[in-house]
Design a protein around this ligand. Structure first.
Ligand code: ADP
Ligand code: MG
Length: 292
C-alpha cells in the first residue's frame, strides 16, 4: 500500500508588503522604502531553508514577519496555521517560531548560562522542574551542556550563539529563524553554529530558516529563496539555484567556490554537470569524464 505523507506548512505568507517611512532630521517624511514587496512563500515543517540576498534586499524585514515581530501592511502571514495579525495568537506564534539574531552579545541576559537558557520557558510559565529538563536538553542539543554554570561573557562568539539557540530551543519551537547568526563569528564559530543547527534539523526535526551571506552554509539546505528589492526572485534546491551562476552574479551574489570553479571549467569545454556543490561532486564528475 502506498502511503502519502503530507508535510504541513509551518510558515506561509501571501502577498506580504511592508514599508518603512524615511524621515529627515526634522522628522519630515522624505520617502518610502518598500522592504518587502508582495512576497508569497511557504516553508514546510521539518525543512532546512536558506534565504539569500545582498544587503538591503529585505531578508530581515521578511524574517521578522515569521514570528510576528512585524505585521504585514498588506497580505497575510500564517505561522503553524495561525494568522500573525490576530493578537490573541501572538503567544502561540512566538512559541512556535523563535528568532536568533546576528549579534550574540545582544541576546544574552543572564549571568549564568543555564539561567539564560531557562529565561524563555520561565516567562512562559513553564513549571520549574520542566524548565530544568528543557535547559538540560537544549544545552546538550547545541553541545554546550558542560558550560551550564559558566558566565556567558567568558564564552566565544560561537558558544554564545549556541547559547542563544538553546534559549530558543527551550521554548520547544517548531521553527527557528536565524538572521545571519554567523556574520560576526570566526570560521570555527561559524562551523559550530551551523553544525548545531543542522543537527537540530536532522535529529529533532526542527524547521530551520537560515539567512546567511555564506554560500557554503546553504549547500545542505532543502530549499533556497533568493531575495532582491523586497521580492523573492528565485527559489529552488541549492543545485537549481547555484546552477544559475550568471543570474546570481547579476544579483551581486556569490556562489560556492567549488560551484564557480566547475562552472568556469564547463565554460572552457569540460564535460561537467550543472550546479556542482561540493569538492566530492567535482572530483567524482572529473574522474568519471576524464579518469581512466
Ligand atoms: P536585509 O536584511 O536583506 O539587509 P532589510 O530587511 O534590513 O534587508 O532592509 C530592507 C530595506 O528596508 C532596506 O532598504 C533598508 O534600508 C530598509 N530598512 C530596514 N530597516 C529599516 C528601518 N528600521 N527604518 C527604515 N528603513 C529600514
Ligand atoms: Mg538583514
Amino acid at each position: 500500500m502506498r502511503r502519502v505523507i503530507f508535510k504541513m506548512d509551518i510558515i506561509r505568507t501571501k502577498d506580504v508588503v511592508y514599508e518603512y517611512i524615511r524621515r529627515d532630521d526634522e522628522g519630515e517624511v522624505v520617502g518610502i522604502t518598500t522592504a518587502v514587496d508582495h512576497v508569497s512563500l511557504s516553508v514546510q515543517q521539518g525543512d532546512f531553508i536558506a534565504i539569500l540576498g545582498h544587503n538591503g534586499s529585505g531578508k530581515s524585514t521578511l524574517a521578522k514577519h515569521f514570528n510576528a515581530i512585524l505585521l504585514p501592511e498588506e497580505g497575510s502571514v500564517w505561522v503553524d496555521g495561525k494568522l500573525t495579525s490576530e493578537e490573541d495568537k501572538l503567544w502561540d506564534i512566538r512559541q512556535s517560531a523563535g528568532m536568533v539574531f546576528q549579534n550574540p552579545d545582544n541576546q544574552i541576559i543572564a549571568q549564568v548560562v543555564e539561567e539564560d537558557v531557562g529565561f524563555g520557558p520561565e516567562n512562559m510559565g513553564v513549571p520549574t522542574e520542566e524548565i530544568w529538563r528543557r535547559v538540560e536538553k537544549s544545552l546538550k542539543d547545541v553541545g554546550m551542556y558542560e558550560y551550564r554554570k559558566a558566565s556567558p561573557n567568558k564564552l566565544s562568539g560561537g558558544q554564545k550563539q549556541r547559547i542563544s539557540i538553546a534559549g530558543v530551543l527551550a521554548m520547544k519551537p517548531k521553527c527557528i529563524i536565524l538572521d545571519e547568526p554567523t556574520a560576526m563569528l570566526d570560521p570555527k564559530g561559524r562551523r559550530e553554529v551551523i553544525e548545531a543547527v543542522t543537527e537540530l534539523n536532522k535529529k529533532e526535526g526542527v524547521t530551520v530558516i537560515l539567512i546567511t551571506h555564506y554560500m557554503e552554509e546553504v549547500v545542505g539546505a532543502d530549499k533556497v529563496f533568493v531575495m532582491d528589492g523586497g521580492k523573492v526572485v528565485m527559489q529552488g534546491t541549492p543545485r537549481q539555484v547555484f546552477s544559475l551562476v550568471e543570474d546570481l552574479k547579476a544579483l551581486r551574489l556569490d556562489v560556492p567556490q567549488v560551484t564557480l570553479l566547475a562552472w568556469e571549467l564547463k565554460k572552457r569545454g569540460l564535460e561537467l554537470p550543472e550546479g556542482i556543490l561540493t569538492k566530492e561532486e567535482l572530483t567524482e564528475s572529473l574522474a568519471e569524464a576524464y579518469g581512466r
